[in-house]
Design a binder for this molecule. Structure first.
Ligand SMILES: O=C(O)CCC(=O)C(=O)O
Ligand SMILES: [Fe+2]
Length: 502
């Protein structure tokens, strides 16, 4: 207490003006301090806490500043209307920066841009190309779906159709066995369980290990084992105490997995069917300027980072002639532990996983109008809830676009130069891609008169953010190596030229 009083006396020195504090004030301070509330120790502790707090805030601000988004992965790159028709460097990207390499060090603090639908019928003006704006109309909120008339010029539509014709179109394959294909696959599917077991038993030890089953279903091609059937088999395998399947186990599990889906789940779901022809058009540097422009326009429209869009699938151009259609389907897939995204597979230790398409959103570009039929249908758009059972009721299967196109909730007639954009996935609530949006189910009604040309621009995103980041770093470093190799070659060439000259 004496110390405190000494201290107080020291503090009662005259102030700057040379005058001592007046008496009432001094007596108040003395009173407070004698009551021990503001003891020196207390003051020191408060100040220490205060400084630690300030330091923490500064550290946090610095952290946020230097880790502002995952580098090239989701950087807003200002690829706006002004740059849509501007030329961009075609040089390979630089090597991964230290900033990119730190991507895994911190948790997500960024967002994949997602447009606002506001309400059905809402029209917003968007700036995608210089010197003009486009109207973007919300067609549904579930899925989040927009229509942008005049997204392309008629000339651009013509060029894309001609480029597709030049490339050549091929028959589209159904990703799931269609009824027709089931028949044509009969000889293959009629392999006995013993034969299938023996083919899968790579090391011929008489047991099937998980890796052996997975090894045959790595690539999406073929119709033998859909992701759903694969899940059935793996569930059966996990139920076995040994973690392997004997021939007897395999017979049971395989039988169940090969039964049509409607019998397993009790739901009358028809398999995916389609009839049309398609081709793929590369949009990277060196491709036709219209294709490059369209990709930039998709970047401008979606506000997604150019690196994501540029590493996505090429443009798919589809031609539907008379009677051509596709039954209702999802453009993307829900994620499961047994699946990996096709586009990022090289970046993971995923050699034994089934590949699936991971497409955050779809931009469908209509390159022609159709005289009759050929609408795109979203059978469950804006239903209050998603009910898979309700898709098939009283013999009416809403996924069967050949029979029930008129009964879906939303149908859009193809119109030349119009774009549709919809999100196939919900947000994960943290700014990355979340679950498959079940309302994004859509199909194509049969063309009755005319020809439908449509181009699909998909933006691929891996629901596993780290995997997407690894993939982008891998591509960036490979590009860097390629560039270095090209420069080396150029250097040695010019060097040898020099020798020749001499
Ligand atoms: O025809 C359309 O409008 C879109 C085509 C489509 O759904 C697809 O190819 O996945
Ligand atoms: Fe589709």
């Amino acid at each position: 207490m004496e110390d405190i009083e000494e201290d107080l006396i020291e503090q009662e020195q005259p102030n700057i003006s040379g005058k001592p504090f007046n008496v009432p004030f001094r007596s108040t301070r003395l009173h407070i301090q004698r009551s021990n509330v503001c003891s020196r120790a207390y003051f020191v502790v408060v100040m220490v806490f205060f400084h630690v707090y300030i330091l923490n805030v500064i550290a946090l601000l610095l952290y946020v500043h230097y880790n502002n988004g995952p580098g090239d992965l989701v950087r807003g790159d200002g690829e706006s209307s002004a740059t849509v028709s501007g030329s961009r460097s075609s040089l390979p990207q630089a090597a991964p920066s230290t900033r990119e390499l730190r991507v895994e060090d911190y948790s997500q603090s960024f967002s994949l841009h997602r447009m606002e639908g506001i309400r059905v019928g809402h029209v917003q003006r968007v700036s995608i190309v210089p010197d003009r704006t486009h109207e973007m109309r919300t067609l549904s909120l579930k899925p989040l779906l927009f229509e942008i008339p005049g997204f392309l010029s008629e000339e651009e539509c013509r060029v894309v159709v001609q480029l597709a014709q030049l490339k050549g179109l091929m028959d589209s394959q159904s990703s799931m066995p269609s009824q027709g294909q089931e028949e044509s696959n009969q000889p293959l599917l009629s392999l006995s369980s013993e034969e299938v077991f023996s083919l899968l038993d790579l090391n011929q030890d008489g047991f099937l290990q998980k890796e052996e089953i997975l090894s045959h279903s790595r690539s999406q091609d073929g119709t033998w084992l859909s992701p759903e059937s694969l899940r059935q088999m793996l569930a059966g395998l996990e139920a076995c105490p040994t973690g392997t399947l004997t021939l007897g186990d395999f017979r049971r599990v395989y039988d169940v997995s090969q039964r049509p889906q409607q019998q397993r789940s009790g739901k009358l779901h028809s398999h995916f069917k389609q009839r049309n022809r398609h081709t793929w058009l590369y949009q990277g540097s060196g491709s036709h300027r219209v294709l490059q422009t369209l990709r930039k326009r998709v970047i401008g429209l979606t506000h997604l980072p150019s690196s994501l869009v540029e590493l996505s699938e090429p443009l798919q151009v589809i031609r539907y002639e008379h009677g051509d259609f596709s039954s209702a389907h999802y453009d993307s897939s829900s994620s499961h532990p047994e699946t990996t995204c096709t586009h990022t597979r090289l970046a993971g230790n995923a050699s034994a996983l089934t590949e699936v398409s991971c497409r955050y959103l779809t931009v469908s570009l209509y390159l022609s109008s159709v005289e009759d039929g050929g609408e795109i249908t979203f059978p469950v758009a804006d239903n209050r809830t998603y009910d898979e059972q309700a898709l098939v009721q009283e013999g009416v299967d809403l996924t069967d676009t050949q029979q029930t196109c008129g009964k879906g909730n939303l149908r859009m007639k193809p119109t030349t130069a119009t774009a549709l954009l919809w999100y196939n996935h919900l947000s994960d609530g943290r700014g990355w891609m979340g679950e498959l949006d079940e309302f994004s189910l859509h199909g194509d009604c049969p063309v009755r008169r005319g020809v439908k040309w449509v181009a699909n621009s998909w933006v691929n995103v891996d629901p596993d953010y780290q995997q997407q980041a690894r993939y982008q770093r891998l591509v960036a470093s490979q590009r860097h190596q390629t560039k270095a190799a090209m420069e080396d070659q150029y250097y040695s060439l010019s060097h040898s030229d020099l020798h020749l000259d001499l």
